[in-house]
Design a protein around this ligand. Structure first.
Ligand SMILES: *Cc1c(COP(=O)(O)O)cnc(C)c1O
Length: 396
């Protein structure tokens, strides 16, 4: 264990020192006017990060999982039908939550490694003439497989079917790292947490609600109290909270969202893409493959790397932690032992990423895999050098 090395897990992510400091605050009275000077910039900035003009933003002391519960609890009633594809561990867990809440879950089984099948969603919605399906659930970036799906295509499929279901999107490992377009995609609820793209400690669920999602809260009958956004909205209207807010975390979010907007969302996304492309170049140089089944679905925030048959991928993760003090992600669910994951989101630079790739090479060599030290690092270096050279030429 080292507190100096960066982590390469897909959340929690590395924290910039200034964000850590912003979270470490003296006690304030959250019923004083000071609270509004923290709350309101957070709401405004998060709305901008979601690329929305009008989404209602809600911040709960919770995590992404609590965000899911807030999304379904506020808009659905027991027995409501929801449509959702399962293509990895996170979509699976959301499905499990819906089932435990007594929803009628129609599951589109999808290969792990594939993106969400927009066409299949469309066919099912078209056939649902009575509009029994109340919500369509989608995991934008499946963190277990390193697969990003096309939410715009899903929205078009819903529109082509002329179906009024709400579109609820898990953007926990995409928002603030990869392009997310709340308004353009007609998203009704977006869910994320503080400890991924926002580069913060865990502890906040961050949500955006559309006007339609807000309207659905009036008739939704699933029980809710802590996560009731009607109470939260009343609180916000008075610069307050229905209970004690996590002020330090919110102060961190104010700074984190400022930093993201100052870097520029397009620059943030381009940085993640460049770093991810370097990782993918390294994986190719190692002669290994990704779980993502095609280049168009490769995630810019996490890569799930398949290891050779008969080799336990988790050994790489255990060895990296024990010997080099570096955290990598294990394979989850059906990928346990077959893949390891490299998280490359949040506060990350090319230089940090190269150290992670170098560590992975040492681990693989230590464990007897046929990997030439430096091979993946060199491929990533070439990618980073050439992409900066291109950027410099464009700027000149
Ligand atoms: C991390 C993650 C979650 C769970 O978030 P927690 O903050 O751990 O509750 C949900 N969905 C996706 C896609 C994730 O990456």
């Amino acid at each position: 264990m080292s507190f100096q090395n960066p982590v390469f897990i897909p959340g929690p992510t590395n924290m910039p020192e200034e964000i850590r400091k912003a979270c470490d605050m003296a006690t304030i009275d959250h019923r004083s006017p000071v609270f509004g000077t923290i709350l309101n910039p957070c709401l405004k900035n998060v709305r901008a990060v979601l690329k929305s003009r009008s989404a209602e933003i809600f911040l709960f002391p919770s995590t992404g999982t609590g965000g899911w519960e807030c999304a379904i609890g506020n808009t659905l009633s027991p027995g409501d039908r929801v449509l959702v594809a399962r293509n990895g561990m996170f979509s699976h867990r959301w499905i499990d939550m819906c089932q435990r809440h007594g929803l009628d879950v129609e599951i589109i089984e999808t290969p792990w490694g594939a993106g969400l099948p927009a066409e299949r969603y469309g066919e099912i919605l078209k056939a649902d003439r009575g509009h029994a399906i109340r919500a369509v659930l989608a995991t934008h970036n499946e963190t277990a497989t390193g697969v990003r799906s096309d939410i715009g295509a899903l929205r078009r499929a819903m529109d082509d079917a002329g179906h009024p279901a709400l579109l609820l999107v898990d953007g926990v490992s995409s928002i603030a790292s990869m392009d997310f377009r709340f308004d353009d995609w007609g998203v009704d609820i977006a869910v994320t947490g503080s400890q991924k793209g926002f580069m913060m400690p865990p502890g906040l669920a961050i949500l955006g609600f559309s006007e339609r999602a807000m309207a659905a809260t009036a008739t939704a009958k699933l029980p809710r109290t802590f996560f009731d956004i009607r109470d939260m909205a009343r609180g916000y209207a008075a610069n307050a909270y229905p209970y004690t807010p996590p002020v330090g975390l919110m102060n961190g979010l104010k700074l984190a969202s400022d930093m993201l907007l100052e870097e520029g969302l397009d620059n943030v996304f381009a940085r993640h893409h460049r770093i991810a492309e370097g990782v993918r170049a390294a994986v190719r140089a190692w002669g290994l493959g990704l779980c993502a089944l095609s280049p168009d679905v490769q995630s810019d925030t996490v890569s799930a790397v398949r290891t050779p048959e008969g080799f336990n991928a988790t050994d790489i993760v255990t060895h990296a932690a024990k010997v080099y003090g570096v955290a990598l992600g294990t394979g989850l669910g059906e990928l346990a032992g077959r893949a390891f994951r490299i998280g490359h989101l949040g506060s990350l630079t090319d230089v940090m990423m190269l150290s992670g790739l170098a560590t992975i090479e040492m681990c693989m060599a230590d464990l007897g895999l046929n990997i030439a030290l430096g091979s993946g690092v060199a491929a990533a270096q070439e990618h980073y050098r050439s992409s900066h050279a291109v950027a410099a030429l464009q700027a000149a």
